[in-house]
Design a protein around this ligand. Structure first.
Ligand code: ATP
Ligand code: MN
Length: 327
């Protein structure tokens, strides 16, 4: 779950060359732009992440016109999110760094199209973790702790999450990001193409991947069909290791998401990781959405970061992608 709006400390406040009204600063691992002199290093702020929609009936937020907060580039600085002084909160003295105040300011998340999928059979099974990934900017502490851990970097593809498996009776089960779908769904039809391959591996192995191609997320890679690229393989209990997953997917003839580096030693520098997320997609002539980084040997952590099943894994979104698609 995204925090959206939380109380955070602002740090690294710096002037921007040639700009006399604004300054840059950092909140968590995000860069932000603020009015010059509005804050001092270490001040508590109400930090609103990108995709937050703030209510316009609150005069403090009216200037945003209930439009979602987006990534912007100002004087060469890629800015993500907006800071307000902490004293916009009633009884602001009672809040501390990290407190989530989304409901307090009546903020909502901007959710484009997604959830309106046809041919729904029910909710996503509660015994399978969803495929969400945490943002690197929220993980500065985790990066420090796991610095130099050997990791695998895959390309983050911009499509739609799909989960599927074959049961003991060779019956196929298919889920979209948030629902289980019936066999008239386009998700079901695409997954069916991989049914024969799934028969080469044991039953009840759950494949999670990204469905990309025609009519999905405006087909940024300009593919001429729909395809699935897998990024998770699990039993009913837990994930298979990276090595086992690659082996099983090969047997099942299901491609993996593009593997960009299978022996990367983790840096704890968020900006450096963001640099690494830039560049063209492996699939087509367009900037990649980003990368997903995971330890090569899974690490399970006690979970304050909403890692799926507690497994360390995170995304680094390419700012050039966000700017290009106005996100
Ligand atoms: P946010 O609210 O942070 O924008 P979101 O709900 O929009 O998150 P995404 O930004 O789409 O989620 O990031 C997580 C999704 O990325 C996963 O659900 C998965 O479908 C997709 N994904 C694409 N490529 C990969 C990959 N290589 N590894 C893991 N997940 C991937
Ligand atoms: Mn997203």
């Amino acid at each position: 779950m995204r925090k959206l709006v939380s109380v955070q400390k602002i740090k690294n406040i710096q002037d921007i060359q040639g700009a006399d009204k604004i300054q840059q600063a950092k909140v968590l691992g995000y860069h932000v732009v603020i009015k010059k002199g509005e804050f001092n290093d270490g001040d508590l702020v109400v930090y609103c992440e990108t995709d937050t929609i703030l209510p316009k009936d609150n005069p403090l937020f009216a200037f945003l016109e209930e439009k979602p907060i987006k990534t912007r580039k100002m004087r060469g600085v890629v800015a993500q999110g907006i800071c307000f002084p902490v004293n916009i909160l009633e009884n602001y003295q009672q809040y501390k760094e990290g407190d989530i105040v989304t409901d307090l300011v009546n903020a909502k998340k901007y959710e484009p199209d997604f959830n309106n999928i046809n041919n729904v059979e029910g909710d996503f099974p509660n015994w399978i973790p969803k495929t969400d990934e945490t943002r690197v900017q929220d993980l500065e502490g985790v990066l420090k702790k796991y610095k130099n851990t050997e990791c695998v970097i895959t390309e983050k593809l911009d499509g739609s999450s799909i989960t599927f498996w074959l049961d003991d009776n060779d019956e196929l089960h298919v889920c979209s990001r948030n629902r289980i779908v019936d066999n008239n769904s386009c998700f079901y039809k695409i997954a069916s193409q991989y049914k024969e391959g799934l028969k080469n591996i044991p039953r009840n192995i759950i494949i999670q991947g990204e469905l990309v191609g025609t009519k999905i997320q405006s087909n940024k890679y300009k593919l001429n069909c729909k395809e699935i690229f897998a990024f998770n393989v699990r039993g009913f209990g837990d994930y298979f290791s990276f090595k086992q997953s690659v082996g099983l997917l090969k047997l099942a003839n299901i491609p993996t998401v593009p593997i960009l580096n299978n022996s990367y030693y983790l840096s704890d520098d968020v900006d450096e990781l963001v640099q690494m997320s830039k560049g063209q997609s492996t699939l087509g002539n367009t900037p990649k959405e980003g990368i997903v980084i995971r330890p090569k040997r899974d690490i399970y952590v006690n979970n304050n970061y909403s890692f799926a099943d507690g497994r360390l894994s995170f995304k680094v979104i390419n700012p050039d992608f966000l700017l290009k698609y106005h996100l």
